[in-house]
Design a protein around this ligand. Sequence first.
Ligand SMILES: Nc1ncnc2c1ncn2[C@@H]1O[C@H](COP(=O)(O)OP(=O)(O)OP(=O)(O)O)[C@@H](O)[C@H]1O
Ligand SMILES: [Mg+2]
Length: 589
Amino acid sequence: MTCDCMVIKKLNEKTINLISAGEVIEGPVDILKELIENSIDAGAKQISISIKNSGIDLLEIKDDGIGISKSDLEICTERHTTSKLTNIDELYSLDTFGFRGEALASVNAVSRLVIITSTDDTGKGCVLENNVIKEITSQKGTSIIVKDLFYNQPVRKKFLKSKSAEFTLIYDMFLAYVLLYPDIRFSFDSEKKKTIFPSSTKEQRYNQIFGIDIKSKTIPINTSTDLFKLSGLISAPTNQFYFPTNFLFINKRYVYSTHVQKTITSCYRDYLMVQQKPFFVLFIELDPKTIDVNVHPKKRIVKLQNEMIFLSLLKEAIEKELYREKDDVVISRSLGDFSFSIPTLSKDQKNSSTNKINSSYAFFDSSKSILTDFKKTQSSIYSSNTSAPQKPNTLQLNNHQITKVIGQVHDTYIVCETTTGTLLVDQHAAAERINLEKNRLTHGSSFDKQKLISGIKLDKLSEDQKDMIQKNKGELAILGFVIEKQKQDYFLSTIPKFLNNYLDVNYFINTLEDLKNKENTVDKLKDNLIKLFTCKNSIKANKPLTYLEQVKLISDLENCEDKTICAHGRPTIIYFSQKEIEKMFKRII
Ligand SMILES: Nc1ncnc2c1ncn2[C@@H]1O[C@H](COP(=O)(O)OP(=O)(O)OP(=O)(O)O)[C@@H](O)[C@H]1O
Ligand SMILES: [Mg+2]
């Protein structure tokens, strides 16, 4: 039996071009990427972009590069025409972005394309429009004007994302090249946004894109491992910089990798709030042979050989930069123009901290003697100017030598004088950190359970949640939740013991929901419950504390591993140097 549809036909050139174009161009962002890369390959020092309706109605890019000669213009929109590659051996030594000779042909197949170009400063140039070339006056360089994207492919047009999503993709892609090439002047013009990035150094470019806050809220990276070189910047742990997009470049390609994202996030431990992702701009350079070269340049996802080794080296390198010993990281505050500092931990402090935690609770006994010494010092300072001030006993907090614990303000913050400035301690944040580290040590592999006298009926469970209960009985039991099924009803019969005083069925429901997310390991959920309990169980704000309690809190905080942040990533201490205070009062300028 023969059927018309089984007869093999040769596709005509137009259809072939449209199919190939589909591989290269799914949306306006792909056009922008191809055209910027062409301009960079042409040695442009200035690139101006102008878009309308998220690049769908118009996408224009103008450069001052080498231009296209009349003879090249005649063929440049044909497929497989390139000036960059002549034989396959050159493929791996090319330092240009393009080599397939396909981008312009693809753009031409799905839009109305106009090219205006000139190769010299004589003012003479050419324009290509509707496949016809005319001579015109033009400056050296090339303007590529792409109008009415997918005018001939309404189905493709329908599959575009929302206008604002397409715009975000375009602008992020633009910023990626702005970051990669600080020496090129870039400008962007659209209904939504108009920006100019003059040619500059890498550091100046960071300021131009992210604002001056970037310097104080990020840590510069410049390091190398056995496998790769790493540069760029990452958010400081204690004062997170916010930007909606992260930028990862591997061998100058703007790429995306969930594994790299997760690895970097894991370096921040408790320093991130729930759902918070750290900001980074990272340039990784590695031997091209160790990347699974995917010669389709549109793909932004890369595959690396030995990815596990790569990721563990990356983690080690980033952690080293994040927790490198520093005296003080000065952080600017949005309030006024003064700044405060949150010092970071040294590695030695971190390593010794576990031992310290165990001994920290013995401090309470000795705290009275510290307190006595401390009071003596203070009373001598207050009462008599004639007696020589005593050297204060060693009460330290994160490399700050405390000379006076002045007391509480608003029953919430403890004010301390240090040898070099003033320290504010948030009593709830500090207590939370101390208890978190203690509780993590106390609660072992599975939580002790508290049997409820009468089980709580779970009457609002969705089918999905019931399914989760059946599938995760073991995990839930480790977390202290045992669920019994009686006929069609589910009852919560035990809860983690430490939540006994805070009985709330929502803790169980939230845990169940969290289990749906595969990234949440049992250990992570255990830690979330410990954090929850710790928060509930720690000294609150607006609570008067005795002097002894204040001193003990400071001393216990000093013995913590991550003393500068609470369980949820908020700062525990804020430091004003004497100099900063003098500046604020305009004693010094
Ligand atoms: N802005 C430009 N300035 C100068 N020449 C250009 C410019 N844009 C394109 N060309 C010329 O047109 C040719 C075709 O460009 P096209 O982008 O289609 O291919 P390619 O860059 O060689 O390879 P790829 O398809 O991988 O991008 C280029 O090889 C280059 O010679
Ligand atoms: Mg190209």
